[in-house]
Unconditional design. Structure first.
Length: 242
């Protein structure tokens, strides 16, 4: 009887340890993914104490591009105890799945680099992505674009590393960022040539399939389509009268 009791106790201890180990693994995985399935580690990161560029031309460009994000509701601050801040109701729910009319420019390209930046007053965060263009499907922007050229694109959000070593993640609800080394069909807008192109939305083309970058329901209608058919469908839309 005593032997049986000892066996049962040992089995109970092993079961408890297994539950604890599974829970710990789950917590680590959720922390790495931000608890919402999004891999925060893939987002660009900048330092809160990064100095301004010393080169006058680079400093002027950074100030011009960061101007639109001043007085941000992100309110970046080293003492913020939270791990992430998300803006809600910022992505237009009426945006069509293929926003060819709403876009100034539509290009197919590969992401070469990704960098995060603070706004001039250090209240906002935005990320820039260097894109090498493979194909230009539409361009109403004054800047001429051709296959092989590089453009800068941007999105609000990114990660900030504070002097304490803590990293805070800032994002817009249902918006994600393109990943370096991946190919996307980008739908872009731009107010003036001082700005980088703004990513209205995008679709990753991988393994002959289409993957929406953003999480609105209408974008899911394009998920899993053949990439060639998808790009041709966009081309066809662009030939139709407005």
């Amino acid at each position: 009887m005593k032997s049986r009791s000892s066996l049962l106790i040992s089995l109970a201890i092993l079961a408890t340890c297994a539950v604890i180990a599974v829970a710990a693994f789950h917590n680590r995985a959720q922390k790495a993914l931000g608890g919402d399935g999004i891999d925060h580690s893939a987002w660009p990161v900048t330092s809160y104490s990064v100095p301004n560029p010393t080169d006058p031309e680079k400093r002027a460009r950074r100030e011009a591009r960061g101007k639109k994000y001043i007085k941000s509701t992100f309110r970046v601050h080293p003492e913020d105890p939270a791990e992430n801040t998300t803006k809600v109701d910022s992505l237009d729910p009426s945006l069509p799945s293929l926003p060819v009319v709403q876009s100034n420019t539509v290009v197919l390209g590969e992401v070469l680099t990704a960098n995060a930046y603070l706004s001039n007053d250090q209240t906002g965060v935005y990320s820039e992505f260097s894109i090498r263009i493979e194909d230009v499907l539409k361009n109403d922007d004054p800047e001429p674009l051709s296959n092989g050229c590089l453009i800068d694109t941007e999105r609000e959000g990114g990660r900030v590393k504070f002097p304490s070593g803590r990293i805070h993640w800032y994002s817009v609800d249902k918006e994600n960022v393109p990943l370096v080394g991946r190919r996307y069909l980008f739908f872009l807008t731009r107010g003036n040539q001082e700005e980088a192109f703004h990513i209205l939305t995008a679709y990753e083309l991988r393994g002959n399939k289409v993957f929406p970058l953003d999480e609105l329901p209408q974008f899911k209608s394009q998920a899993g389509k053949n990439d060639v058919d998808f790009v041709n469908a966009v081309r066809n839309l662009l030939t139709m009268p407005s």
